[in-house]
Design a protein around this ligand. Structure first.
Ligand SMILES: *Cc1c(COP(=O)(O)O)cnc(C)c1O
Length: 380
């Protein structure tokens, strides 16, 4: 069997140059060499977030970034509207409740995007709402929410709009400033194409006013102190030198390619996966599919958990299954990270082989040819 392929919606495959950078000898974070890298990275992150505000790095996973936004902006008993359309929405709602917020869950059917009119109505009826929480893409269901429409609505109120962009920022267009996002979080092992270990957060001016005096205790995630440290050319605590060096490469490369063209590369992978799924007679799960991950329904009569394991063990392709109510029902194929055309052809071909092993009526050779032809006729 040929190469192993990792097309999970995080962690993602690494660019060969990133792998080389990560293997370099350690340097100290207080050196002129690292100072220059940190300065450049903090500048380039604004480009990635499409903002004029400072973007901060935490040495944490994405969930740490979600927590950072909350501890910097919440007051106990704040009314919070949490849009919950899957596992990550649940996580953020639970976190806010743990920190003493009065959380109102707006439950959305898994696989569907929230209706902005419903959010508008809720805010009209609850003008005391302080925060609105939403995923840009709810990764557990591969569903994109309409962040632009929500931002327009929330910007007219006194509430802050916090967006979990962990599978969006760096994957598709989500301009923080023009879409009126007040707090945005990104994560390294997803759309930022690095290993796990960094999260990125940014606050709008409206959010900064709240963050200056918000009363929750915060130590590691205190963005006021992080801001001062960054102004002095440092991070608040020890910098993750290897990851930040690799980030420097990724951000420089995205700038060379161009942000919008970089997004088109992911759109192309998503389009490819959707079109090949159609040819394989596999339904899409989400009614609002994201460009960062695609969820395919496992055909009736096949156990999706067994299919996923079989695909990994026999064909060396790692994709993700579903969680909770979607366990065994979907396969999630990631479009983020370093992905070559041959990885996409091989993934669909080997998926067809795995399905055939489960008595599904499919011709893997035909899928291989269709995959190659589609990619040849759709270049970016
Ligand atoms: C992966 C993910 C997270 C959690 O990130 P960790 O790095 O595992 O803490 C949060 N939100 C979304 C939308 C994600 O995809």
């Amino acid at each position: 069997m040929s190469n192993a392929i990792l097309l999970a919606p995080g962690p993602v495959q690494l660019h060969p140059e990133v792998q080389k950078i990560l293997a370099q000898p350690m340097i100290h974070h207080r050196t002129p060499e690292f100072d220059a890298i940190l300065k450049r990275v903090l500048q380039d992150l604004k480009f990635l977030f499409q903002t004029t505000q400072p973007v901060f790095m935490h040495t944490s996973t994405g969930s740490g970034g979600m927590e950072s936004l909350l501890v910097n902006l919440l007051s106990p008993n704040d009314e919070v509207l949490a849009i919950v359309s899957g596992k990550f929405g649940e996580r953020w709602a639970d976190m806010a409740a743990l920190y003493g917020a009065k959380v109102h869950r707006l439950d959305v059917t898994w696989g569907e995007a929230v209706n902005p009119d419903v959010v508008q109505q809720y805010l009209d009826q609850h003008p005391q709402t302080r925060l609105v929480l939403c995923q840009a893409t709810e990764t557990s269901t591969a569903t994109a929410h309409n962040i632009e429409a929500l931002g327009k609505i929330i910007s007219k109120t006194s509430a802050l709009f916090l967006v979990d962009g962990i599978t969006a920022t760096g994957a598709y267009n989500i301009p923080m400033d023009t879409w009126h996002i007040d707090g945005l979080v990104a994560g390294s092992q997803k759309a930022v194409m690095l290993p796990t270990g960094l999260s990125f957060v940014c606050l709008s001016e409206k959010a900064w006013k709240v963050a200056q005096t918000a009363p929750l205790p915060r130590f590691y995630f205190d963005l006021r102190k992080e801001y001062k440290a960054n102004q002095n050319g440092e991070t608040l605590f020890s910098s993750s030198v290897p990851l930040i060096k690799a980030l420097d490469f990724v951000l420089t490369r995205i700038q060379e390619v161009g942000l919008q063209r970089h997004f088109l590369q992911l759109r192309r992978r998503a389009d490819f996966t959707r079109e090949l799924a159609r040819q394989m007679n596999l339904q899409l799960f989400s009614k609002s599919p994201s460009d960062s991950v695609t969820a395919l329904c496992v055909p009736e009569g096949i156990d999706g958990a067994k299919l996923r394991t079989h695909l990994e063990q026999k064909y060396q392709v790692t994709v993700m299954g579903g969680q909770d109510q979607l366990k065994g029902k979907i396969l999630r194929i990631g479009h983020m990270g370093y992905i070559r055309d041959e990885d996409m052809v091989e993934t669909m071909t080997r998926l067809a082989q795995a399905l055939q092993d489960f008595q599904f009526n499919i011709d893997p050779q035909q899928i291989k040819v269709a995959s190659e032809n589609w990619l040849k006729s759709h270049t970016v």
